[in-house]
Design a protein around this ligand. Sequence first.
Ligand code: DNO
Length: 346
Amino acid sequence: MKLTFRWYGEKDCIPLNYIKQIPGMTGVVTAVYDTPVGEVWDLAKLLRLKELSNAAGLNMEVIESVPVHEDIKLGRPTRDKYIEAYKQNIINCGKAGVKCICYNFMPVFDWFRTDLCFKHPDGATSLAYTEADFKKLDKTNLRLPGWDESYTKEELAGLLKAYEGMSHQTLFDNLVYFLKAIMPACDEANVDMAIHPDDPPWDIFDLPRIVGREEDYDRLFAAVPNKHNGITFCTGSLGAGRFNDLPKMAAKYADRIYFAHLRQLKFVNDTDFYENGHRTEDGNVDIYKIVKALVENGFDGYLRPDHGRNVWGEQGKPGYGLFDRALGATYLGGLFEAVEKDLGKR
Ligand code: DNO
């Protein structure tokens, strides 16, 4: 396991040396944030991120994300042009020493929560989701930080229209078309692709979503068996779907999990939940069993503590404050040490 931490580049208010000070931290997960989706990143920008990380004593071997242009997801004729650019990004990432690229194939919206500042009784805040708040939303006028694209009202309306009536099968076929086209670049650059699950793992706003259940992964690997076709195992996304058995999935796909996002969530009823500190006891995701399943099945990928709370007065980016993610990192590091030693792997 290689412990990493998300770093939002030079504009991140969390400096690299603070990240380095987290016990066991080996690298950052970052991206070039100022290039429009679909264009080739400037190699010099990637190399600068790498130099800055290395100067702080950290690796930069994971990119999250190289976003996929909507024309690729829509299967428009222009997709081939965007796929070519994506391939060049993979090659450039390889040149910068990147080993793993996290991406998603969610139409229009990335992760989704209804509350970015849910207040806990002890004063901490975190992300949360309630069905009642979701029903109140106007899908033509939404904004959430963290999305890889932010649209004007007109663009959003146009995109939602373009997806109207798209079946799950068509979206899946478009994903397979994309993956088959980029695999040669992954082979050449020796870069693993790690698809992030849909968050939450069900259709939202009538948009199809296809990566959130065990059968989705079976179908994905059957369609594109190349070993560079892998996954980001995000416990907060998959765990929002109560139908998912996470330890079972972690065990089953350990050799395809190139990146793990470990995050906790606590259900308050059948549909509503809030995110919490990482410990197993603090929510419904059995982090211990997941770590055990990963270690037992030879997981050797990158891992990062995902969304934490904002604690100790920190006004961090929702889900991405320093303190609680650092606590999560040490908790996860401890779990891995215990499980690996128990299994004679350390
Ligand atoms: C949210 C993140 C996601 C993730 C993308 C990957 O906190 O986990 O935004 O980066 O879905 O493409």
